[in-house]
Every structure is written in C-alpha cells, then in structure tokens.
Design a protein around this ligand. Structure first.
Ligand code: ADP
Ligand code: MG
Length: 258
C-alpha cells in the first residue's frame, strides 16, 4: 500500500502532538481494581505492544480507549481531545479509532465486502459506491478480492482476521487498537496476520496492541509496555525490555512464555 491509500492516517506532523495520551487511568470491576493508574503516551507512527500475564488488564485497557468500558478516574486524550469526558460524542470519538479483537470480529450474516464497508456507510456516511470502491481496493491489497461477495465462514481464520483489520482501517483512523489478534488462530495462520500488521506499521500507522507473540513484539514494536496487576511496572525498547528485564514480575513472565 502507498502512503496515500485509505487505511492509514499519517498522524500529526508535530512531534509533540501525541495521538493517544492516557493519564492516570483507573478502573475497577466491583471491588477488584483492574487498572491502577495507567499513564501512557503514543506518538504519531509509534507502535506499542502491551504484554503481561492473563488477567493483568490488557484487554480492559484497550476497551477503555475505545470507550467500551468506562473508567473510574483519569483522562483519555486522542489527538488532544478528551474522549473520557462524559459529554463527548462517542461515535465521533470512536471514528478516530480502528479496533480488532481476538475473535468473532466479522458479522457472519454479511458478505466480506459488506463487513468491510458497513461502518464506512452507516457510521461515516460514505456513499455506497465510494465505500465499495475503498473496500474492494483494500481486499485486493490483502489478496482477498475474490472473496468480496463470499460470507466469512468461507475464509480461513487468518483471512478473516485480515479482513477484520482492513475493515478497522477503512475509515483511516488516527489510532489502531489490536487486542491479541492472532491468539485464536492456528499457528500456521498467525504469520499472514502479523505480516499485515507489520505492513501497517511500515505505512506509518499508530498502533496500540496487546500480544503474546514475543518475537513479533520484538520486531514490530517501538516500545513494549509490561502490565502487571493493572500497573505498568516496566517499559522500554523491545531488546532492552526482553533481554534485560529488571522487574521480578517481568523476569518471571518472560521465563514462562519463552
Ligand atoms: P487480560 O486481557 O490482560 O488477560 P483483562 O483485561 O481481560 O486481562 O482482565 C483483567 C481482569 O479484569 C481479570 O481479572 C478479569 O477477570 C477482569 N474482568 C475483565 N472484564 C470484566 C468484566 N466485564 N466484569 C468483571 N470482571 C472483568
Ligand atoms: Mg485480554
């Protein structure tokens, strides 16, 4: 894909202009604190991988950014706009973000092209012909143009996730959230999805992702953040963090997943 293609927002030209700024995010489920004061800034074109044990709060963190979970305290700024303000227009805030979760991303009763274009048409008001042109172009780019009129169950899990990813970027979001996008896939299908994420990064996308693929995090992320019991206890460049972990919880985690 070229820089002009739909799908990847080029971000803010100003280095100071963060795409995402999380300030003191706190979230509990009942009496259980799940996010305990998260501060995190993503700059344009930056890719951050959040790693951590199951239950450490990774998915909840991404859901708060997409306003799928409310927060108890803190602020979420997207391109400087406080989207955690209760008066915010939720649809307008979400329009700046593209999201892909672990599984069940596509609507089974809609064709592939309708899956890709539905939000473009219904949420973003793009006329059908234009939305379909964008959709077909994106499907061609990922080599799935011939599946446009097929239903998702005709596709492999890896193909479905790639469709889910191009659907998430079809409206050229400022920020892409990817939550364990490969963890439901058979091992031989993981690579094609990771390659697409790598391609998005090369085009300049700004991505906040969670993954348990440490070698992928090492190669694609600019920064890795380790979440432990709802807190960022260590972060840094991938090689530093993965090869010389300082925090005992990170040392233990890496020893387990290695
Ligand atoms: P991770 O993605 O790192 O595995 P999650 O963010 O899914 O962690 O979960 C963090 C903690 O919050 C877990 O203890 C989980 O059981 C709990 N949790 C997540 N979602 C809910 C929910 N909707 N209601 C109650 N507890 C939840
Ligand atoms: Mg999770």
């Amino acid at each position: 894909m070229s820089a002009q293609d739909p799908g990847v927002a080029r971000g803010d030209a100003s280095p100071a202009g963060a795409v995402l700024e999380l300030r003191g995010i706190r979230k509990s489920f009942g009496h259980q604190p799940v996010l305990r004061g998260i501060d995190l800034t993503l700059h344009p074109h930056e890719v951050i991988a959040v790693i951590g044990a199951s239950g450490s709060g990774k998915s909840t963190l991404l859901k708060t950014v997409n306003l799928l979970e409310g927060i108890d305290d803190g602020q979420i700024l997207v391109k400087g706009d406080d989207i955690s303000d209760p008066r915010i227009d939720v649809d307008a805030a979400r329009a700046k973000i593209g999201v892909v979760f672990q599984q069940f991303n596509l609507f089974p009763h809609l064709s592939v092209i309708d899956n890709v274009t539905l939000a473009l048409r219904k949420v973003h008001g793009v006329p059908r012909a234009e939305a379909e042109e964008t959709g077909h172009r994106l499907l061609e780019r990922i080599g799935l143009g011939q599946f446009a009129t097929a239903y998702p169950d005709r596709l492999s899990g890896g193909q479905q996730q790639r469709v889910a990813i191009v659907r998430a970027i079809a409206h050229t979001p400022e920020l892409i959230l990817l939550d364990e996008v490969t963890s439901a896939l058979d091992p031989q299908l993981v690579g094609e999805v990771l390659d697409l994420v790598t391609e998005l990064k090369e085009q300049g996308a700004t991505i906040l992702m969670t993954t348990h693929e440490m070698s992928f995090a090492r190669h694609v992320a600019d920064r890795i953040v380790f979440l432990h019991r709802g807190e960022i206890v260590e972060q840094g460049a991938p090689a530093d963090l993965l090869d010389s972990p300082q925090h005992p919880a990170l040392q233990e985690f890496l020893a387990r997943v290695a």
